[in-house]
Design a protein around this ligand. Structure first.
Ligand code: UD1
Length: 431
C-alpha cells in the first residue's frame, strides 16, 4: 500500500510544466471509436484514467500504439461495441462517453454504469434524454444498453435541463455521425468541450458553437484519421497555483492557457497572491499571509468545482472567515473532516462551508477521499508544520501526472512510501 509522506513547511520555487487536460482526454479517447483510420493524439496526460480508457478501447478490438509517453496512435477500424472490459469501465466516470461513441459508430452500445469520484448522486438522465431524442432506446440497469432501430442516430434539438459537461460531450460525440443536424441548448461551456469539438472537427466532423451555450452538430458520413494535440489541464494548473498560494514562494507554471485560469487567477489575487500572465504561462508569487475570500463554484466560466477542495485548503490558512458555496455537487466536502485533523476550523452545512482561517496547520495522517480532495490534502500537507501522510493516493494518480516528481522539483518535501499491509491477525477465521 503506497502513501505520500510530506514534511511540510517549505516554500515552493521553480517551474512546473502542465500536462494535457484530463477531462478532454477522457472524452477524446472514447470518441476515437468514431474515427475511420488512425488517429494520433498528442499531449495525452499520463494518468491512470487515460490508461484505463486505452485498455477499454483495446478490449473493444482497437489497436493502440504508444509512440512516446504522451503520444498515442489509435486505430479503431476493427473495433466492435460488445465485450468491453466491463470491470475497467465500472471503475471510471468517463466510460459513459462510450455510449455516445458506440451509438454513433454502431447504432448499438453496451457499457457499465459509470464509476469515478463520489460527490453524492451523479445522475445520467440528461445523457439518456439526449440519446432518446436522437432515436435510441436506452435501458439502464447495472449496464447501459442502448440501440437505435435502423442503426443510425438522427439529429435532434435537445435542451439540457441541467448544465452538464458529461451530457454535452456525450451528445456531441453521438451526433457527429448522426443523420442531420443536432442542436444542444443550455450546453456546458468548459474548455474541454471546445477541445473535444476541435478534435472531432480535425477528423472531419462539423461541430459549431462549442464554448457557447448552443452547440450545433451537422452529421457527417465518416471521420478520417489525423493528428490532434490536447489542451493543457486547467485544473492541474490551478492546483499548482493553489499549492504556491498555500506554501508561499514563486512558481512559473508553464504550458497553460491563461484565459482558462481567469476565474482562479481572480480569486487568488483577491486573496493577496500575485499572478502575472504570459502568453503560455503564469507566474504565481505569495509573500504575506493569505486573505479571506468567498467562493461559489459554478459551471464555466464560473469558479470550477474541481478547484474547490484545493482552494479550501488555502482558505483554511487565510486571515479571516471565508464562505464556500458548492454550486455543482451535493456532497463535495468530505475532505473537510481530513483537513480538521490538521487543525483547520471549518463548519459545513449542506452546500455551504464556513472557514475560519488558522495561522498554521499541523501534519497528520489523512486520506484522499477523491481525486481533488486528495490534491487538497497534499497542498495542506506541504503548507503544514510537521509530517503528513496521505493514504488512498490511487485517487490522486487518476488525474495528476507525476504529482510527486513535479512537486519535488519545486522544493516540496514529498515522497511515496511503501507501507506493508497490516497482517490479517484479526481475520474472522484466525485462531
Ligand atoms: C465532469 C467532470 C467532473 C466535474 C464536473 C463539473 C469529467 C470526467 N468529470 O463531471 O470532474 O466536477 O464535470 O465540472 O469530466 N447532472 C444531472 N443529470 C445528468 C448529468 C449531470 O442532473 O444527466 C447534474 C449533476 O448531478 C451535477 C451537475 O449536473 O449536479 C453537473 O454534472 P456534470 O457537468 O454532468 O458532471 P460530469 O460530467 O459527471
Amino acid at each position: 500500500m503506497e502513501k505520500y509522506r510530506i514534511n511540510g513547511g517549505s516554500r515552493l520555487h521553480g517551474e512546473v510544466e502542465i500536462s494535457g487536460a484530463k477531462n478532454a482526454a477522457v472524452a477524446i479517447i472514447p470518441a476515437a471509436l468514431l474515427v475511420d483510420g488512425v488517429c494520433r493524439i498528442e499531449n495525452l496526460p499520463q494518468i491512470s484514467d487515460t490508461v484505463t480508457l486505452l485498455y477499454i478501447l483495446e478490449s473493444l478490438g482497437a489497436t493502440v500504439r504508444m509512440i512516446n509517453p504522451s503520444t498515442v496512435e489509435i486505430d479503431c477500424s476493427h473495433a466492435t461495441w460488445n465485450g468491453a472490459d466491463y470491470d475497467r469501465m465500472r471503475g471510471i466516470r468517463a466510460s459513459y462517453y462510450f455510449v455516445g461513441s458506440m451509438l454513433g459508430r454502431f447504432g448499438i452500445a453496451r457499457t457499465t454504469m459509470p464509476g469515478g469520484c463520489n460527490f453524492g448522486v451523479r445522475p445520467i438522465d440528461q445523457h439518456v434524454k439526449g440519446m432518446n431524442a436522437m432515436g435510441a432506446d436506452v435501458q439502464v440497469t447495472d449496464f447501459i444498453d442502448a440501440e437505435v432501430p435502423g442503426r443510425r442516430l438522427r439529429g435532434a434539438s435537445i435542451y439540457l435541463d441541467k448544465v452538464s459537461v458529461g451530457a454535452t460531450m456525450n451528445i456531441i460525440i453521438a451526433a457527429v455521425l448522426a443523420e442531420g443536424r443536432t442542436v444542444i441548448e443550455n450546453a456546458a461551456r468548459e474548455p474541454h468541450i471546445v477541445d473535444l469539438a476541435n478534435f472531432l472537427n480535425s477528423m472531419g466532423a462539423d461541430v459549431r458553437g462549442a464554448g457557447t451555450d448552443t452547440v450545433k452538430i451537422n452529421g457527417v458520413d465518416r471521420l478520417h484519421g489525423g493528428t490532434y494535440a490536447i489542451i493543457p489541464d486547467q485544473i492541474e494548473a490551478g492546483t499548482y497555483m493553489a499549492a504556491t498560494a498555500a506554501c508561499g514562494g514563486e512558481v512559473l507554471i508553464r504550458n497553460v492557457i491563461p484565459k482558462h485560469l481567469d476565474c482562479i487567477t481572480a480569486k487568488l489575487r483577491e486573496m493577496g497572491v500575485t499572478v502575472e500572465e504570459y502568453p503560455e504561462s503564469v507566474l504565481v508569487r505569495r509573500d504575506g499571509r493569505l486573505r479571506r475570500a468567498n467562493i461559489k463554484t459554478q459551471p464555466y466560466p464560473g469558479f470550477p468545482t474541481d478547484m474547490q477542495p484545493q482552494i479550501g485548503a488555502c482558505l483554511a490558512l487565510a486571515q479571516g472567515t471565508s464562505v464556500i458555496t458548492e454550486g455543482v455537487w451535493d456532497n463535495r466536502y468530505k475532505y473537510v473532516n481530513e483537513l480538521r485533523k490538521m487543525g483547520a476550523q471549518i463548519q459545513v452545512d449542506g452546500r455551504v462551508a464556513v472557514v475560519e482561517g488558522v495561522e498554521t496547520l499541523n501534519g497528520a495522517s489523512v486520506a484522499a477521499c477523491d481525486l481533488r480532495a486528495g490534491a487538497a490534502m497534499v497542498i495542506a500537507g506541504l503548507a503544514a508544520q510537521g509530517i503528513t501522510t496521505v493514504e488512498d493516493i490511487h485517487f490522486i494518480e487518476r488525474g495528476y501526472q507525476e504529482f510527486v516528481g513535479k512537486l519535488q522539483l519545486l522544493g516540496g518535501d514529498i515522497h511515496i512510501i511503501d507501507v506493508p499491509e497490516e497482517p490479517r491477525r484479526w481475520a474472522a477465521n484466525a485462531g
